[in-house]
Write a protein that binds this ligand. Structure first.
Ligand code: SF4
Length: 239
């Protein structure tokens, strides 16, 4: 297949990490960071990929493909994260290109564009999907600080589980944003999933400055949440 020509307007890439041993479970990979997001989670650690006024210079997609040519046979895969990658119409062509080069493709998404996920699953141009679960559906718009179509979120979750693709659902645990009692609803939302991760919030730079000093749950509380989630999913891990 000839390499697709993709304009930065259709796929705004703001960063490239040339090697990661942790982003793609079990594989060596590079990570591509897209710019732009339709959520505004206060605890987000990547404001420069979310807030247009902080956007970085775009890296031409052609340059990414050129560099990846040199990594064929050396890296197993490419992780695509953001921001929210599915906001970009060029994402599908980008994944087609990566697959034609022989790379595994991992996508991080907030699940707001199920139609795009469906296309990617149907074409088998993605090998692993990691999807954020912000909280129970009724709290989504509050946590994401944007109106969110929760039917789309629900559709993405079911599509990922039913497709049989390797996947992980994950929730960033910020004490002020999510209650212990919310995890029964989260469990029902992702019921039947292969893997769910409880991610401790790490203090530091955040999208909303008032989140800089937020806290996460302690180890004992996380173990209780893990036990709750294990009633719904095959594996629950704590990061
Ligand atoms: S944490 Fe929220 S705001 Fe940040 S990239 Fe993910 S979905 Fe977007």
């Amino acid at each position: 297949m000839t390499r697709p020509s993709i304009n930065s307007r259709d796929l705004a890439i703001g960063g490239l990490q040339k090697l990661t041993l942790v982003d793609y479970p079990g594989h060596t990979a590079a990570t591509v960071f897209t710019m732009g997001c339709n959520m505004r989670c206060g605890y987000c650690h990547n404001p420069e990929l979310v807030l247009p006024e902080q956007f970085l210079d775009t890296i031409p997609v052609e340059d990414i493909f050129d560099w990846l040519e040199t990594r064929r046979g050396k890296l197993d895969g490419v992780c695509i994260t953001g921001g929210e990658p599915t906001m970009h119409s060029g994402l599908i062509d980008f994944c087609r290109g990566l697959k034609s080069m022989g790379f595994l493709v991992k996508l991080d998404s907030n699940g707001t564009h199920p139609d795009m996920l469906q296309t990617m699953l149907d074409e088998k141009i993605v090998d692993f999907i990691a999807m954020d679960i912000k909280g129970p559906l009724e709290h989504y718009s509050e946590i994401a600080a944007r109106p969110i179509d929760t039917a789309a979120i629900q559709r993405s979750v079911r599509m990922i589980i039913d497709s049989g693709i390797d996947h992980e659902f994950r929730t960033t645990i910020v004490r002020s944003q999510i209650g212990m009692e919310d995890f029964e609803l989260i469990g029902k939302l992702v019921e039947g999933s292969k893997r769910y991760a409880l991610q401790r919030f790490q203090p530091g730079k955040t999208l909303s400055p008032q989140f800089e000093r937020e806290t996460t749950y302690n180890d004992e509380e996380l173990q209780i949440l893990k036990a709750t989630m294990e009633r719904y999913v095959t594996q629950c891990v704590i990061h």
